[in-house]
Design a protein around this ligand. Structure first.
Ligand code: HAM
Length: 425
């Protein structure tokens, strides 16, 4: 690298600066509260895993595996991959830690970064954060509906408006092979009109033709046989029940027969949640049932269902809709001091506020009152405590209401209780 080249963060990867932490915190707090309510335990897995876990679980012919994996070889010759998603590592952990023998359903949630070498664009990153929920050991359709309800609730709690839930069933090993044959026969008869990628998909991953966005493939898709007409008895009744549960909860959804998802492990229900902002809108969350994955990774035959949401996409929508981040990272009051004695007293006063869980801003480096009041204003302090040389000698402090400018003198040992009362108002 030449001396003049500035070192920057990698393309598609970004720093999360202090001013953006309030959004992550708000989402984290809501997600963890909801996870706790529904009885999910938090899990963290390493960002690096054996590459085989991902190719086996996600599917060798998916874009995620073929084009988007960050891989590396260790000095010992092992092939590893940075996790492009959490479901496969969690299945690995579920098997490895014998969670199959614990009472089921076993419910896990997570919150952390993933890596995909995608073409960076708005709301598409190479390092992005997901939160997600996975339920193991329960095949009832009520779980599918509950997962959708959990994501719907989280986005509602965040006060996001205009969301769309799209849902489909992609069948299972009973009915999907027949449908795939039917679909590929149909597509082969129209192959010359398909885009280059779809021509390849017919051989490699025919269902993916259904979510192709190319203009020229749209009319062919519209006339293609639909999987919902070819589900086996079990998948059909499972899907019907999922929809009945959703109807019961009043969560609005639309059937999207073209929704197939980009990961190979799904069976039966699949869904995605979108903002209602035009065709270019990218999914905020997606998931579904994956009844065969635990067995595929080497565990017992355990049904499972889950979903994950993209945190950057949620934050970008929060900002677009004027939704604020967590207030918990903002200061409530500011402590301004003037002179040596005041500065000394300020340190212990600050401690009193910390013990009372009142968040105090200060600027001990500045000595002018004007500069400190400006800072208090910028930080959004509701009150500023002013401690000058005279106040310090008299054992009092001035409390200034930043909105009205009115001031009041109170004894130093009463400062915490007076501030508490004023903040409650
Ligand atoms: P996914 O649809 O690949 O599913 O990703 C879930 C969410 O992560 C997407 O809806 C999107 O919001 C976000 N996301 C994905 N790629 C990017 C990116 N490059 N930049 C920004 N955000 C992105 C899964 O990952 C499955 N593991 C979900 C699941 C859990 N299925 C069952 N359990």
């Amino acid at each position: 690298m030449s001396k003049k080249t500035k070192i920057q963060s990698l393309t598609g990867m970004h720093d999360i600066l202090p001013e953006d932490q309030k959004y992550y915190k708000k989402i984290y707090d809501i997600v963890s509260d909801i996870a706790c309510f529904y009885g999910f335990g938090k899990i963290d897995t390493p960002v690096l895993e054996d590459l085989e876990l991902f190719s086996k679980g996600i599917g060798a012919s998916t874009d995620v595996i073929k084009k988007e994996m960050y891989t590396l070889k260790t000095k010992g010759g092992d092939s590893l991959g940075l996790r492009p998603e959490w479901t496969t590592p969690i299945v690995r952990a579920y098997i490895q830690h014998g969670m199959q023998s614990l009472p089921q359903p076993l419910k896990l949630w997570y919150f952390g970064p993933c890596y995909r070498y995608e073409r960076p664009q708005a709301d598409r990153y190479r390092q992005f954060w997901q939160f997600g929920f996975e339920v193991f050991g329960e095949q009832s359709p009520v779980i599918d509906a509950q997962i959708i309800q959990i994501f719907h609730n989280i986005l509602k709690e965040l006060k996001l408006k205009d969301l769309m839930i799209e849902i489909n069933s992609i069948g299972d090993s009973n009915c999907r092979p027949y449908y795939k044959k039917l679909l590929s026969n149909y597509l082969k008869s129209r192959e010359s009109s398909l885009c280059v990628d779809c021509k390849r998909r017919i051989k490699e991953n025919v269902l993916r033709v259904l979510d192709c966005k190319e203009e020229k493939c749209q009319p062919i898709k519209t006339e293609a046989p639909q999987i919902l007409d070819h589900l086996c008895e079990e998948c059909h009744s499972h899907f019907k029940e999922v929809l009945e549960f959703l109807d019961e909860t009043g969560i609005p959804y639309t059937l999207n027969p073209y929704l197939v998802r980009g990961l190979d492990y799904y069976t039966k229900t699949v869904f995605e949640i979108f903002p209602e902002s035009g065709n270019e809108a990218k999914a905020l969350a997606g998931g579904g049932r994956y009844d065969k994955l635990v067995k595929l990774i080497g565990g017992k035959d355990v049904p499972a269902c889950g979903a994950a949401a993209g945190i950057e996409r949620i934050i970008s929508l929060m900002k677009a809709q004027g939704i604020e981040g967590s207030k918990d990272l903002e200061i409530q009051i500011f402590l301004a001091q003037l002179g040596g004695l005041a500065k000394r007293k300020s340190l212990s006063l600050l401690e009193d506020f910390r013990k009372s869980k009142i968040r105090v801003g200060e600027s001990f480096g500045r000595d002018s009152l004007k500069a400190q009041l400006n800072r208090a204003d910028k930080l959004g302090a509701k009150l500023t405590l002013i401690l000058g040389q005279k106040e310090a000698l008299d054992g009092v402090v001035i409390i200034r209401n930043m909105k009205t400018g009115s001031q009041e003198i109170v004894k130093l040992d009463k400062a915490v209780s007076v501030v508490k009362a004023k903040l409650k108002k």
